[in-house]
Design a protein around this ligand. Structure first.
Ligand SMILES: [Zn+2]
Length: 337
C-alpha cells in the first residue's frame, strides 16, 4: 500500500482523477436517466377507420373467382391518408403492425392506438414510446426520452468497473500480493463488469438490429415456443406478427402479410437507429404528426420486402379471413405489458 500511496504518486494521481471522472459520469447519467424518465405518448390516437375495408374484404370473400385486378376501374386515385378526418376515427396509414385479425394494437388503459412502438408501463401507468425495459439497476423505465442517458450510464459504469479491475491487477504487481479484501472486491467488481458488459452488448446489438429489448425478448419467447412444438425452425416460422398494408392496386382493399423471423421492420441501419432514440417526439403533438412519424420508422428495405411478398401473392385480403372480429375499439386486441 505504501508503494501505491507514496512510491508512485503520478500513477496514484492518475488513478484518482480517472476514477473520479468516471464516477461523476456514472452519477450524472444515472440522475438524468432517472429524473428525465422514459417519456409518455404525447396524445391519444383514435382508432383507424377500417370498417369500409372490412366490408370490402367480406364482399371479396363472398364473390367467388373475383379477380382483384378487375376492380381497377373502381380504384380511387385518392390515397387513404387523404380521406377527411372525423372526431372518432382516423384514416389508416399505408402500413401498420397488427394482430392476426389485421387490427391495430390498442391500449384500453390510455384509450389510444399503440404507435411509436409503445407499450403500456404498469409502473408509469401510461404508454411509453420506444419502450425498452424497466431497469432495476437505475430504478427507472427506459424509453425514448432517457435511452440516450441510459446508454451513457451503461458505458460509464462498464468503463469504471474495468478500469478499477485493471488498476487492482496492475498494482498487485507493485504490492507483490493482494489483500484478501481487495481480492473479494476484485471478484465482485469483475462479476458486475461482466453483467453490465452483457447488458451493454445486448443494447448495442438491439440498436444495430433496430429492435428494443422488449421486442427482442417477445420474439425470442415466441421462437422458443414454436421450437418446442416443431421439430425444426426455419424462415417460414409463424411468429404471429403481421402487418396490414394498403392493397397495391385496389384502394378499397387492404391485405395482411405475415412477418418472417428475418424481418426487422424498424432496422434503418445502425446510425439512423441510434438517431431515432434521440428524436424529440415531444414536437409530435397531433395524431397526424405521430402517424407520419410512425410511417417513417419502417425501413425501406422492409417495405420493399413486404411489397415483393404481396406481388408474389403471399397475403390474405383483410376482412376475408374467417377469424375477423369487430373493428370497434373495445374489441381491439390489447397487448399490454
Ligand atoms: Zn397505455
Amino acid at each position: 500500500m505504501c508503494h501505491f500511496l507514496y512510491g508512485d504518486k503520478a500513477a496514484m494521481l492518475a488513478f484518482l482523477v480517472i476514477s473520479n471522472v468516471l464516477w461523476f459520469s456514472v452519477l450524472v447519467s444515472w440522475v438524468f436517466t432517472f429524473i428525465r424518465g422514459p417519456g409518455i405518448m404525447p396524445c391519444r390516437i383514435p382508432p383507424y377507420e377500417l370498417s369500409n375495408f372490412i366490408h370490402e374484404g367480406e364482399k371479396f370473400k363472398n364473390v367467388k373467382n373475383t379477380d382483384v385486378s378487375d376492380e381497377k376501374s373502381d380504384i380511387s386515385s385518392e390515397s387513404s391518408l387523404t380521406v377527411p378526418l372525423n372526431r372518432n376515427v382516423i384514416p389508416p396509414p399505408d402500413i401498420f403492425e397488427c394482430d392476426y385479425n389485421g387490427l391495430p394494437f390498442w391500449c384500453s388503459e390510455c384509450s389510444t392506438l399503440k404507435l411509436l412502438r409503445c407499450h403500456h408501463s404498469s409502473v408509469k401507468d401510461r404508454c411509453i414510446p420506444m419502450f425498452d425495459h424497466f431497469c432495476t439497476f437505475v430504478g427507472s423505465t427506459i424509453g425514448k426520452d432517457n435511452f440516450g442517458f441510459f446508454l451513457y450510464f451503461l458505458f460509464s459504469m462498464q468503463t469504471l468497473m474495468y478500469f478499477t479491475c485493471i488498476s487492482i491487477i496492475v498494482y498487485s504487481g507493485v504490492w507483490g500480493h493482494l489483500h484478501a479484501a481487495l481480492i473479494v472486491f476484485l471478484i465482485t467488481t469483475g462479476f458486475m463488469a461482466i453483467l453490465v458488459g452483457n447488458l451493454a452488448f445486448n443494447t448495442v446489438g438491439d440498436i444495430y438490429l433496430g429492435q428494443t429489448t422488449i421486442e427482442r425478448l417477445q420474439r425470442t419467447r415466441t421462437k422458443k415456443k414454436i421450437a418446442k412444438s416443431q421439430s425444426n425452425e426455419n424462415d417460414q416460422t409463424d411468429l404471429g406478427e403481421y402487418v396490414n398494408v394498403q392493397h397495391p392496386t385496389n384502394r378499397k382493399l387492404r391485405v395482411l402479410v405475415k412477418l418472417l423471423p428475418s424481418d426487422k421492420p424498424y432496422n434503418n441501419g445502425f446510425r439512423k437507429n441510434l438517431r431515432l432514440w434521440y428524436t424529440d417526439f415531444t414536437r409530435l403533438g397531433s395524431p397526424q404528426q405521430i402517424l407520419m412519424f410512425q410511417n417513417s420508422m419502417f425501413s425501406e428495405k422492409f417495405k420493399e420486402s413486404i411489397s415483393e411478398r404481396i406481388n408474389s401473392g403471399n397475403y390474405v385480403i383483410f376482412g376475408s379471413q374467417s377469424k375477423l372480429q369487430s373493428s370497434s375499439p373495445s374489441h381491439l386486441k390489447i397487448k399490454d405489458m
